[in-house]
Design a protein around this ligand. Structure first.
Ligand SMILES: Nc1nc2c(ncn2[C@@H]2O[C@H](COP(=O)(O)OP(=O)(O)OP(=O)(O)O)[C@@H](O)[C@H]2O)c(=O)[nH]1
Length: 321
């Protein structure tokens, strides 16, 4: 496989670069290849192709109505929660990128992503849909970006109209929470499941701006199992689509190799040795220790500890170099 040989790294000495930093860099460089290798023998995460086609059609219809598109991603996995066809679907609409769940990543991660997207000229806002952080800035940006729409209308002799913004993103990334925050209301009608026709309503959002009250859902990428595993770990897809024990085992392998967590932190929490190669053995031991041998429950405990930040706030992606 693509396992990392730390001892090899230690033999060379790089001036001014700590071994920890090197190990971490090497971890991130190898993570996607490792995930590909680890997921190959597993039951793939199941998407329903029928749903995907319908979701895509609905999304494209919704996008046609928007002048400004607010694309929401999970800050822990900004790449796995992106769709390669998004820019094509956008056409010449303006886009603002929201990295939501900013509370679930470290300041270093946040800075790294801010630099990465700034270099690409992408407008990025970090937000917390639960607490509402970032939404003021988002509102201001949407307004600023949208002002061009009426300049064009005036040039064509048309009357100005409110500019229309809409929120899109993968399931569960926090779209409804952000709509609620922007519209300062408690409830947003739950996003309907793909294929169910819904009424689209515009809600006034500040002066001259309207927000579509139901979010657009991005279709899953059917063949990308590396992205799927990350979505599963981050609880961005339903548990019925994957095997909890498999996903938990992969998380153990990731955590034990990550220098900022490592097998020491796993041992401290569960009193079980992890070796970074076989998360399944770790899960089975935890199952025997705490859950009468039920490995799904054991895996769920580890996933849930990760999601609650018990090992620190750990992103599963770093910007590519
Ligand atoms: N910690 C944290 N949790 C968040 C944040 N934003 C949303 N959540 C939580 O994430 C879960 C999903 O949020 P929703 O707003 O329902 O996500 P959605 O994208 O509308 O989901 P779908 O309706 O499935 O498409 C909820 O439990 C929210 O409370 C955030 O910034 N930080």
């Amino acid at each position: 496989g693509t396992s990392i040989d730390w001892t090899q790294k230690d033999r060379f000495s790089f001036p001014n670069v700590s071994t920890d930093a090197l190990q971490e860099e090497s971890f991130w460089e190898n993570l996607d290849a490792d995930l590909q290798y680890w997921t190959r023998p597993l039951r793939p995460v199941q998407w329903y192709p029928g749903h995907i086609a319908k979701t895509e059609k609905e999304l494209r219809n919704q996008l046609k109505l928007m002048d400004v598109v607010i694309e929401v991603r999970d800050a822990r996995i900004p790449l796995a929660t992106s769709h390669p066809k998004m820019d094509l679907w956008l056409g010449n609409r303006k886009k603002i990128l929201v990295l939501n769940r900013e509370d679930m990543i470290s300041t270093d991660d946040r800075n790294a992503w801010a630099t990465f997207f700034a270099k690409q000229g992408v407008q990025v806002v970090f937000a917390n849909g639960q607490l509402g952080m970032g939404t003021m800035k988002l509102g201001r940006l949407a307004k600023a970006l949208a002002s061009g729409v009426n300049v064009k209308r005036r040039a064509k002799g048309l009357l100005p109209r409110p500019v229309r913004a809409g929120i899109v993103g993968y399931p569960n990334v926090g779209k409804s929470s952000l709509i609620n925050r922007l519209l300062k209301r408690r409830m947003c009608p739950a996003a309907p499941r793909p294929g169910v026709t819904r009424e689209l309503k515009w809600v006034r959002f500040g002066r001259d701006l309207e927000l579509l009250d139901s979010p657009g859902i991005l279709p899953m990428r059917i063949s990308d199992q590396t992205a799927a595993i990350k979505l599963a770990i981050c609880d961005d897809i339903g548990e019925r689509s994957y095997d909890v024990a498999d996903v938990g085992a992969i998380l153990v392998q990731i955590l034990s190799r990550l220098p900022t967590v490592g097998s020491d932190a796993l041992y401290k929490r569960y009193k079980i040795d992890a070796d970074g190669y076989c998360g399944k053995i770790f899960i089975d031991k935890l199952a025997l220790q705490l859950f009468n041998g039920d490995s799904s429950q054991a895996a769920f405990r580890i996933l849930s500890d990760y999601r609650k930040g018990k090992f620190g706030w750990i992103a599963l992606e770093r910007p590519p170099i």
